[in-house]
Design a protein around this ligand. Structure first.
Ligand code: AMP
Ligand code: GLY
Length: 425
């Protein structure tokens, strides 16, 4: 089969790598891809939002299956377009992906289905929102409704901060995403992510992970797309997984089907493990980046066979088997990330790092310039390793990081600290 993967990040490198290993795949393409993806797939210079170009290429090249990586094309209806063109694909429709692109929709959905989540209210004007925030217990969480590159959430610890956040959202800080906002209670606990594939009816649990969102060691500094991740998440016990499946995932799949917008794809549940049990913080309608990289490192089963079964509505005919080992990934980012990453700096030593046993280096933002590998984004490399424990995976990943010669980049030195603390407790 010929497969086309849409995207250009570390997530898509990991997906292409796993798909290329499938005996079902005769050829893998990636649009637009990056310098690392080019080692496992043929890169096609098409933007992820160029739906006409993607369809023309897929139909013209005899693509049998399209796998959509990022959130934006899902929110804008790429899956619907592929459906109309008769192209088999993995990724939910725009209506199903609303679970990710509208926080207000998801909150109302959770309330209607009795899914545990933070108490909330929705607002469409600044004055009413500020009046509500003025006597809300602190901290108070303020969220722009739509996609905002992970930056549309403010946890305000003072009234002044809450009012300023509300004003800036309604003033357009997040464009149309901030035209409507959600104000919700602050949940205390440890965060974890859980992934489940669903074909709209059947559910295939796909593992848990934890990431590090803050840019600096000790989880300080501005939020990023994620500076590292590991799987499994020791906080996510089998008992918690059962609870998440029965109280969150199953009612979601049922409720979306009942609303005539069945969700087919991967549900990525961002969860807070609170004293009262797991609660949903948010849904994403795609794999996490960099969480996908650690899931793919642990997956033993044929990814392509699973994604095809999901697309075809026969997810009950496949299993997902994972290595017992843990996987951990360290994100190498360009100096200046997340505010102003510097592009174009030269990176050496990636091959030596990837040659270490149990290590894979996924590229997140690289390109080749006159034969040299250069940084071409904020998050640039994902150095990923397996080990018997998170601690061992961490040790291997940082051994590999040390082989990479890149003065223009940086990484956190403590990815996995929470899990390693639990392992040694
Ligand atoms: P989201 O974009 O909804 O994932 O929010 C980004 C981050 O803000 C989450 O990963 C949490 O760390 C934090 N967050 C969001 N909502 C809450 C909440 N209700 N309570 C505590 N932290 C939250
Ligand atoms: N790493 C978080 C995300 O993919 O949304």
């Amino acid at each position: 089969m010929k497969i086309l993967v849409i995207g250009s990040g570390g997530r898509e490198h990991a997906l292409c790598w796993a798909i290329a290993a499938s005996p079902l795949a005769s050829k893998v393409y990636c649009a637009p891809g990056n310098a690392g993806i080019a080692s496992v797939a043929e890169c096609v210079a098409l933007d992820v939002m160029d739906f006409d170009g993607i369809c023309r290429f897929a139909l013209g090249s005899g693509i049998d299956f399209v796998v959509i990586g990022p959130d934006n094309p899902l929110a804008e209806g790429l899956a619907d377009r592929l459906e109309r063109e008769g192209l088999r694909h993995f990724g939910p429709s725009r209506a199903a992906a609303e679970l990710e692109w509208s926080k207000g929709f998801t909150k109302d959905f959770c309330e209607a289905e009795g899914i545990p989540t933070a108490r909330y209210r929705r607002f469409s004007d600044a004055e009413t929102a500020k009046a509500h925030a003025a006597d809300h217990p602190l901290p108070v969480v303020i969220k722009a409704d739509g996609l905002a590159l992970g930056k549309g959430v403010i946890i305000a610890t003072t009234r002044a901060e809450a009012a300023a956040a509300i004003d800036s959202m309604f003033a357009g800080a997040f464009g149309a995403s901030g035209r409507s906002i959600v104000i919700e209670e602050f949940l205390e606990g440890e965060e974890a992510s859980f992934f489940a594939l669903t074909d709209g009816v059947n559910i295939l649990p796909f593992g848990a992970a934890q990431d590090h969102k803050r840019v600096g060691d000790g989880d300080v500094g501005p939020n990023t797309g994620g500076m590292g991740a590991y799987s499994p998440a020791p906080v996510f016990t089998p008992a918690i997984e059962r609870e998440v499946l029965t109280r969150i995932i199953e009612p979601t799949v049922r409720g979306m089907r009942a609303r005539g917008r069945p969700f087919r794809g991967v549900l990525f549940a961002g969860l807070m493990i609170t004293a009262e049990g797991p609660k949903l913080i948010e849904y994403n309608a795609r794999f996490g980046d960099p969480e996908c990289q650690v899931l793919m490192m642990r997956l033993k089963s044929d990814l392509l066979a699973i994604l095809l079964a999901c697309a075809d509505g026969v997810l009950d005919t496949v299993n997902a088997r994972f290595h017992d080992e843990a996987a951990l990934t360290v994100v190498l980012a360009a100096a200046g990330y997340p505010e102003a990453p510097r592009k174009g700096t030269v990176i050496r030593g990636v091959e030596a790092a990837g040659a270490l046993p149990g290590v894979q280096v996924f590229h997140a933002g690289t390109k080749l310039l006159e034969g040299q590998l250069v940084a071409n984004g904020g998050r640039v490399l994902n150095v990923t390793a397996r080990g018997r424990t998170v601690a061992e995976a961490q040790k291997r990943a940082y051994e590999a990081v040390r082989l990479i010669d890149w003065p223009g980049g940086f990484c956190r030195s403590d990815i996995g600290w929470r899990a390693i603390g639990r392992e040694s407790a």
